[in-house]
Structures are given as structure tokens and as C-alpha cells.
Design a protein around this ligand. Sequence first.
Ligand SMILES: *Cc1c(COP(=O)(O)O)cnc(C)c1O
Length: 366
Amino acid sequence: MKIPFLNFQYMHEPIKEEIVSKFTEVYNKSWFILGEEVKNFEKEFSSFCSADNCIGCGNGLDALYIILKSFQIGNGDEVIIPSNTYIATALAVSYTGATPIFVEPDINTYNINPELIESAITNKTKAIIAVHLYGQPADMDLINKIAKKYNLKVIEDAAQAHGAVYKDKRVGNLSDAAGFSFYPGKNLGALGDGGAVVTKDSELALKIRQFGNYGSDKKYSHIFKGNNSRLDEIQAAFLSIKLKYLELWNDERKRVAKRYLEEIKNEHIILPYVPENVNPVWHIFAIRSTKRNELQNYLKEKGIETLIHYPIAIHLQPAYKELGFKRGSFPISEKLSDEVLSIPMWPGMKDEEIQYIIDVLNLWGK
Ligand SMILES: *Cc1c(COP(=O)(O)O)cnc(C)c1O
């Protein structure tokens, strides 16, 4: 059997007519930037996250960058981020002129280890970015507690976690502000790039809105040097349609994850660990093995496509060589980048596809 890593068909086929008719509607209106579609989507998505404000922007990286800028974070400042995340988390910090300070993850949850945060705080620290990696919420109570003690801002990188729940609250509502990505492959994806900031703080929301629109308070009045990062009307319109199905799609991912967790049984494979009090949305289902490359080749031979999130830790990327880290600097992140393997996961996976993957994994090394 041939199984791709991701298949959009289950999500996209049933909504095709809705999408096409919405396209025609927006096309005929000829209003493409900052209009009713964006306004509506922002309202829907903030209510989905139970936060008061949502501001659309160009992509997930911009969402994080704009939040940091709106907190006046820049040159000489430090921002704590997990050492194993997608590089966008670090780049958002670097673009402001601040330095990302890496903190190792917990080896079980793969999310930032709150116990290690305090020793990374200096008098330059301004904020902590918590990433809900693979769709599983980080330990926000502990993170918020430390932040409060040191008067730091807390930002969620929720790019992989639309709809994930931490102690009965949806992500996006667990910090000062959260950045979301609507990259097509995310749990809620546009048909192109897109992103949003979600925040309870209405004053901050206004600043963020102005920042992404040239620092403008009204047309042709610019009160600070902003940039241009806006969610397109057409993408907002598509996202409003897809948002109606997000819970159903997340439930589908949970159904697949449940089978994987219950039925993959192989002593050479470590399955994801889900702490109590969180309800992850399984953006990625990452298994682990000390013979990861061997396992990836084996699965490829069996027709199963896999990916690695992420094969090179950020501190070892050429882009961050100026920080002077080497192999051994963040051993847990390095171990994870050597051992993790993401197996196929999408809403609507067929039972025989799930069964085939489970069978093939269970036979490995036997
Ligand atoms: C995808 C992603 C981003 C960036 O989002 P883009 O829309 O691609 O800019 C940021 N952080 C994490 C953890 C992501 O997975």
C-alpha cells in the first residue's frame, strides 16, 4: 500500500463547491485587502479561542514578530524559547534584534521544560515564547508563574495547535498573546500563507493591528514604523469556511492518534506521551527510535511516507552559527532531532491505512 504523509482530499473535496462559490463572491466584490471577510474571520477565530481579539496577518512568523515588536522587544533584549521548535520561533526573535535564548525540552512531552526556564533568565530577559509543539499544549501554568515572578511577557507559538486544550482552555487564551499560522498543512490552513495574533488585551490588539498595516492609525497617518503583514480577504473567506470543520477534523486526528497510541506495540519505538489535563490536536504524530533512519527507510520500502520534525536543531543550523553553539550544547534537542519520525496523520485517514501503518510498525525488527 502507498501512503503519503498528508492527504488533503477528505478535508478539501466536500467543501470544494463552497470554496469556489466564495471565491466568485469575493472576486465579484473586487475588495481584496482589509474588508468584511477578514473582519468576520477575526471575530470567528477569536471566539473559537475564547479570546477577545484576533488580528489577521501575513503568516505565523509575522504573527510572532509583530507581538514581540508590540511589546517593544528589540536590540539587547533576550527572549526565552524552546531549543526544539521550528526555526520560525527563533527567527521572530532575531528579526526584532533580540537574542533567542534556548531552553531544553522535557524528554517526554518534547515541550519546553519549565524547570529549566528560571536558570536561563537574566536582567535582559523580556519574554518567554511557549511552543505547543506537534499540537500538544506546553505546561502553561508553570510558565506563567515564572513569568509573573520575573515580570516577563508570555507568548504562545500556537502555529501547530489550533483548538488544542490545556486545563479546559483553548490555546491562544493562555498567555499575553498568541501567534497562529494558517500555512496550508497546519490544522487550520489557508490555501496559501496566512496567520493571526490572538489576545485578550485590547490595547495590545490595536497596536498589533497598526503594526501590520504600516504603523497606521488612519489612512496616510503613520504613528510608528510598522510593516505590511495582512491576511488577504480571499484567504480569510476560505478560512471562515474551513473553521466550521476544524473541530470535526481535529476529532478525526484524535481518532487516528488513539489507534496509533493503543495499537503500535514495538519495543524499539517510543510513542508520544500525553500529560493529564491536555487535549492535543495532533498536528504531527511523532514516534521515536534510536534507529530512526533505519526505520524511515524500512517504512519507505513499505510505501509509507514519513517526515522528520526537525532533523537539525536550531542551535546547529548555519543560520545561528553566530551564537557559537556546537554538538552537545543542547543534548536533549539533539537526541530528539536524531530520533523523532513523523508518521502519516490527516483527518479522514481510512481504517485500512491506519491498520497497515500499525502492522508494518509492529513487524519492524521482528
Ligand atoms: C509553521 C510554524 C510557524 C510559522 O508559520 P508560517 O505561517 O509558516 O510563517 C511558527 N512556529 C511553528 C512552531 C510552526 O510550526
